[in-house]
Design a protein around this ligand. Structure first.
Ligand SMILES: NC(=O)C1=CN([C@@H]2O[C@H](COP(=O)(O)OP(=O)(O)OC[C@H]3O[C@@H](n4cnc5c(N)ncnc54)[C@H](O)[C@@H]3O)[C@@H](O)[C@H]2O)C=CC1
Ligand SMILES: O=C(O)C(=O)COP(=O)(O)O
Length: 597
């Protein structure tokens, strides 16, 4: 049961402090709910009511929260690190996760330099004692950074900015990052080293700027700290968990390390009696409560960046920095949009007409999706693939909320065992129609192995018929041009009744009167004849009613194939199976299938 909402506008939940600049953009079209101080339970209770969730690093967006979030389309992280968001669960649920990959890198890099200088010159200690009424000059003799070596783990956006700033301070900078570009490193006069021991041994100051991922969790522990020079100093403005807090505390306590500057902790805020709390209390530790991104400028940047993306996503467009969706340029997406709708219709027409109709079956799981003409020149067809998976599976998915989209289509297809081979045919002679673009969906007959797996005997295997649907975009709207052997021309919209019949006089009148009797209005009707190119060639899907139809049907069923036709009626409401049965029994049609598209 959807919750009652006091507004028709989509709702955005903002449980953390975000700069008002971005939120003002949202307020023009969305309802923005700023709710700071929510507990995990509170969040779970209220999340079903929201279309978008905007967070920083404090809110834990767990799989449980995401599963409860029935309306949620997007989780926006106003910052870089998404380690507080279960991105895998969001992907499965088709929820887009976006971040702001560069809005706060300057702030994080400057904070790193600020902590390094504060640690080198003992600024926090000098400041605290002076405020305490003491004038202690000889106790706080520091070291200079000029001429010292700064070693960086992770030469990404923050790491590189730190490197450039450190160069300006006269430091020698080296870095270890298996994925860094040597050219980029050289342009910042950074020496890339390939081994961590080499990097550790050279460091006067060591700073980490990697994400918290499996390969970086605990990467600096007791053994690594022991490889550093006595009197070296260490910084962490990336993520708690990359440095083992207990090992770091021990190294400070033993006097091996001269200092540590830490902005991020394994658990935030750290528990009172935790190792992190002891680290914070250590006299040679300079600490800040995750302030790396906390500047007015950075907060404006990230807020505007993610709020713009939330608006795009709720409009149905693609964001510029999705963490879990492929990158598509806006102009490319615009070109694709009509074909996205067409391909989704091809998929849902397939499932309604061939697979979920009485007598049909979902035994085919391997599809060819063939692009011909102008559409074949589009190279990034991920949205088309996603549209096909949605079209094929949404009609047979139990939950109304199943959200198949560009984010999770590949995963859903894999889970359901659906395989799609996309083919681009740019050769004009290969295009069997006069349309400037044509998209064809072919369901491959089941392989012998899969037929055997379903217990069908090889000798009893029926001939494998064609299941083909083609379409184009006409005036930006989807148009079906082929259904099985029939050359058609109809819009795949609304409720359609598709009747296969022998093309004999009076058939339309009989069908019309049966529908009229049931109170069904016909909005439009079109007839599709067997394509001359296909009449003598491929067999079509066997018609479940052919053997059990009317006397007339029986009389003509061995007649020439070319007399068969499809009658496609657009009707004003969804009809039950009984009407289809009546049309076969009384109306003399071979089969009738209602499809809702
Ligand atoms: N304290 C704070 O408030 C802030 C913290 N951050 C954190 O800083 C970190 C870095 O952010 P960005 O530079 O924007 O990310 P980025 O993605 O641009 O750079 C990360 C770099 O780490 C490297 N890397 C990955 N695994 C590695 C490994 N095993 N060994 C060595 N290098 C490895 C990658 O190749 C990449 O070059 C992130 O964890 C982010 O969350 C960012 C902004 C503010
Ligand atoms: O962007 C990041 O990765 C950060 O760590 C910043 O976190 P915050 O938004 O200040 O909670």
């Amino acid at each position: 049961m959807p919750l009652l909402r006091d507004t028709a506008r989509p709702k955005v939940l903002v449980p953390e402090k975000l700069s008002p600049d971005g939120l003002a953009l949202l307020r023009t079209s969305l309802e923005v709910d700023e709710r700071r101080g929510l507990s995990a339970d509170d969040l779970l209770q209220i999340i079903p009511d929201y279309e978008a969730l905007l967070v920083r690093s404090e809110t834990k967006v767990t799989a449980t929260v995401l599963q409860a979030a029935r309306r949620l389309k997007v989780v926006a992280r106003a910052g870089v690190g998404v380690d507080n968001v279960d991105v895998e669960a969001a992907t499965k649920l088709g929820i887009v996760v976006v971040n702001s990959p560069s809005g706060n890198i300057g702030a994080a890099a400057e904070h790193t330099i600020a902590l390094m200088m504060a640690m080198a010159r003992k600024i926090p200690e000098g400041c605290a004692t002076l405020k305490d009424g003491k004038w202690e000059r000889s106790k706080f003799v520091g070291v200079e950074v000029k001429g010292k070596t700064l070693s960086i783990i992770g030469l990404g956006k923050v790491g590189l900015t730190v490197a450039r700033l450190a160069k300006g301070l006269g430091m020698a900078v080296n870095a270890m990052d298996p994925y860094a570009s040597p050219a980029v490193a050289a342009s910042a006069s950074v020496t890339l080293v390939s081994s961590l021991p080499e990097l550790l041994a050279s460091a006067d100051f060591l700073t980490i700027h990697t994400p918290l991922i499996a390969s970086t969790r605990g990467m600096i522990a007791e053994a690594e700290l022991a490889q550093m020079k006595p009197g070296a100093r260490i910084l962490n403005v990336a993520r708690g968990g990359t440095i083992d807090e207990a090992a770091l505390l021990a190294s400070l306590e033993s006097g091996h390390l001269a200092g540590a500057a830490v902005d991020v902790f394994t658990t935030e805020p750290p528990a009172a009696d935790s190792t992190a709390a002891k680290l914070i209390a250590h006299p040679r530790a300079v600490v800040t409560p995750h302030l790396g991104a906390s500047t007015v400028e950075a907060q404006e940047n990230v807020s505007v960046d993610v709020c713009e993306q939330v608006l795009e996503i709720l409009k149905g467009s693609l964001p510029r920095s999705a963490v879990n969706a492929p990158l598509i340029l806006p102009e490319e997406y615009q070109k694709l949009q009509p074909f996205v709708r067409l391909v989704e219709k091809l998929g849902s027409l397939y499932t309604h007409y061939y697979a979920s109709a009485p007598g049909g079956s979902m035994t085919r799981n391997t599809f060819d999706l063939i692009y011909q003409g102008e559409v074949a020149s589009i190279s990034n067809t991920k949205p088309l693939f996603a549209a096909l998976i949605k079209g094929l599976l949404a009609p047979i998915s139990s939950s109304e909320g199943i959200n198949i989209n560009i984010v999770n289509a590949e995963l859903v297809a894999k889970e359901r065992g659906v395989f799609v081979s996309e083919q681009h045919s740019r050769d004009p002679s290969d295009q069997s129609s006069s349309y400037s673009s044509l998209v064809t969906l072919v369901a491959r007959p089941p392989s012998r192995a899969s037929s055997r797996a379903r217990g069908e005997k090889a000798e009893a295997a029926p001939p494998q018929p064609q299941r083909v649907i083609s379409g184009t975009c006409s005036g930006g709207e989807p148009l079906i041009t082929r259904l099985g052997r029939f050359e058609a021309s109809f819009a795949p919209e609304g409720t359609l009744l598709i009747c296969e019949n022998y093309d004999s006089p009076g058939k339309i009148g009989v069908v019309g009167s049966i529908l009229g009797r049931e109170g069904v209005n016909i909005n439009f009707m079109t007839v599709a004849a067997v394509s001359p190119k296909l009449a003598s060639g491929e067999a079509d899907e066997p018609n479940p009613s052919k053997d059990g139809g009317t006397a007339e049907a029986a009389a003509v069923k061995d007649g020439p194939v070319s007399t068969e036709a499809l009658m496609i009626l657009g009707i004003d409401r969804v009809v039950g199976q009984q009407i289809a049965t009546d049309l076969v029994k009384e109306g003399g049609v071979l089969s009738a299938r209602a499809v809702s598209l």
